[in-house]
Write a protein that binds this ligand. Structure first.
Ligand code: CA
Length: 360
């Protein structure tokens, strides 16, 4: 065999082998490249669905990647304080974080729209919006912070909150000290309330000691476990301020790009699975928890008066326009959100709304 032919054949054989190896295992896998990441959250240790969901996400990634990507999960305060998760992931102290984007309103005002908008979209609507342009906008807004965002759960419709006194009109919000983050908090402030921001771990004590007069959190499943019924007798609905809050996964951009393509996709798919799993958990648990709150703990479940809700809607509309006008990115997100909500509203009116009226 001539040397040239030999080289040609040897080359073809090598190519063939490489091809087969690529089919069986990606290159990085074949090299045994492993990634060990840290993840920090804003949630207290062992908080059901949220913290346990983050751990579940890490466990599943480890299993699906056969140990190539291992994630050590830390609750709020274990590695970094809950309200410093954004900075920790942005700065590369850790690779992953989880919380809610409206916690970073002071740094990124436009981020608030990606958690929830008062009188905005429900869980289905948020997922629909994020899947059809919303996530792209979110990525653009987090890009300067070296972050890749992913929807990481949805709480579904929330409750209006726990109040130490009855709420009969908008005047009852005047001087009311309430823990309520995000755009909903801006509306309460506009109604005359004093907005207090506290991480999950500090809310119960603040309510019990009267540091705050009211708090919203999520819905019956979580609120029961938080013990708010021991500190405030009135549990109001509906959660006009958070009709379907999206939770977030923060990924450090360099860390994300350092992964081989298949592991990037695995992180994305596991996050998408966590997004729907979280909603399922809340939806499945809220009914029984509400029953326990009412029957066992004698909680007084009250509906906000219609006139108050109408006032809050008006104040919300004004607040959203004002907040959006403060900076270009917020305006861009607000415009996109409003357009999408209007577009899907016609369908919602003859599908979900008509159906719920029928079975009410
Ligand atoms: Ca909430």
């Amino acid at each position: 065999m001539e040397r040239r032919d030999f080289l040609k054949k040897a080359g073809a054989a090598a190519l063939c082998t490489a091809g087969a190896a690529t089919l069986k295992t990606p290159a990085a896998w074949a090299k045994g490249e492993k990634f060990v990441w840290n993840m920090v959250t804003t949630w207290p240790p062992s908080m059901t669905v949220l913290q346990t969901g983050a751990q579940r996400f890490a466990d599943r990634i480890k299993e699906m990647s056969e140990g190539r990507l291992q994630i050590q999960v830390y609750a709020g305060g274990e590695l970094v304080p809950p309200m410093e998760v954004f900075e920790a992931v942005s700065g590369g102290t850790v690779q992953l974080g989880s919380g809610a984007s409206y916690y970073w309103a002071g740094k990124v005002p436009a981020a608030q729209w990606f958690t929830s908008v008062p009188f905005g979209l429900n869980a289905q609507g948020m997922n629909a919006w994020l899947g059809s342009g919303g996530l792209k906008l979110w990525e653009e807004i987090y890009e300067p912070f070296n972050l890749v965002p992913r929807p990481f759960g949805n709480t579904g419709m929330q409750m209006g909150g726990w109040f130490r006194k009855e709420i009969n009109s908008v005047d009852d919000f005047k001087g009311l000290k309430m823990r309520i983050p995000g755009l909903g908090g801006k509306v309460v402030a506009k109604a005359g309330g004093t907005v207090v921001l506290k991480p999950a771990a500090e809310i119960f004590t603040s309510l019990e000691r009267g540091v705050i007069d009211a708090t919203e959190w999520v819905g019956p499943l979580h609120d029961l476990r938080m013990g708010f019924y021991k500190a405030a007798p009135y549990y109001y609905y509906p959660g006009w301020h958070e009709p379907g809050s999206t939770l977030e996964l923060l990924i450090n951009k360099q860390a994300y790009l350092s992964l081989p393509k298949d592991l990037q996709m695995l992180v994305d798919c596991a996050a998408a699975e966590c997004n729907i799993w979280t909603l399922n958990e809340f939806e499945a648990g809220n009914g029984a928890a509400l029953k326990e709150l009412v029957e066992k703990h004698k909680v007084q479940v009250r509906r906000f008066p219609d006139s108050l809700l109408r006032t809050l809607k008006k104040l919300s509309d004004e607040t959203l326009e004002e907040e959006a006008a403060k900076e270009e990115t917020s305006q861009r997100v607000h415009t996109a959100f409003k357009k999408f909500q209007k577009e899907i509203g016609g369908w919602g009116a003859i599908s979900e709304k008509a159906y719920y009226e029928l079975i009410a």
